[in-house]
Design a binder for this molecule. Structure first.
Ligand SMILES: O=C(O)c1ccccc1NCC(=O)[C@H](O)[C@H](O)COP(=O)(O)O
Length: 211
């Protein structure tokens, strides 16, 4: 059984589907270039609805202290996910804004990319291995997968999550190939960019649970 994070939630129906389906985490993106970006008001409302039912994650990209403080004040997230080119020092500074911990995303295309994990193990509470974004693309949420086999048998000093191009149809194979104990999805449970499909969320969570 793999734990799951449903990322890029933009409405209450999707949030409720994630909670009802047994997600451990829900992700709220604060990055204006993303089709999943949430205004402060919407972020606050969704975080309030989620409180106590599921662990909340606010996803940021190279955020400065002002933005992190604003996010913490309006949403009080359990976790902050750093999805840009934050270095270990910046990652450590962000810790004060999350109630439970930090997730650091690492872009992966080749086995050598996994070596970056070592620098973040002392400062992040969880790692996320996501497909490296295409040139000029968004930092995440691109529906791109990498070769899951490169994670097989690898050990890291922190819990880690597999991400990138996962869907209800491939998540079981991805877990089996990589050995992931936790998985993350965004595009694979959407009807269109930024609009989650509650049925696909339920299917993904059922598939992750039985993986
Ligand atoms: O989802 C976004 O729009 C996004 C934008 C900027 C930075 C990160 C973003 N998403 C982070 C996630 O955790 C996604 O779930 C992850 O990249 C996987 O996305 P997908 O391949 O679409 O499932």
């Amino acid at each position: 059984m793999a734990e799951a994070k449903i990322c890029g939630i933009t409405d209450a129906r999707a949030l409720d589907a994630a909670i009802d389906g047994g997600a451990r985490f829900v992700g709220f993106v604060v990055y204006p270039k993303s089709p999943r970006h949430l205004s402060r008001d919407k972020l606050a409302a969704l975080a309030e609805r989620a409180r106590g039912q599921v662990e909340t994650v606010v996803v940021t990209v190279d955020a400065d202290e002002e933005l992190l403080a604003a996010v913490a004040a309006c949403a009080g997230p359990d976790w902050i996910q750093l999805h840009g080119s934050e270095n270990p020092g910046k990652t450590a500074q962000a810790r004060q804004y999350a109630q439970r911990g930090l997730i650091k995303a690492i872009g992966v295309a080749r086995p050598e990319d996994l070596a970056q994990a070592a620098a973040f193990e002392p400062v992040a509470d969880m790692l996320m291995f996501d497909a490296k974004p295409p040139p000029g693309g968004l930092p995440g949420g691109n529906a791109l997968a990498f070769d899951w086999q490169i994670l097989a048998g690898r050990r890291f000093g922190r819990p880690w999550m597999l991400s990138g191009g996962l869907t209800p149809a491939n998540v079981a194979e991805a877990v089996s190939a990589s050995g992931a104990a936790a998985v993350d999805v965004s595009s694979g449970v959407e009807a269109s960019a930024g609009l989650k499909d509650p049925l696909k969320i339920a299917e993904f969570l059922a598939a992750a649970r039985s993986a």
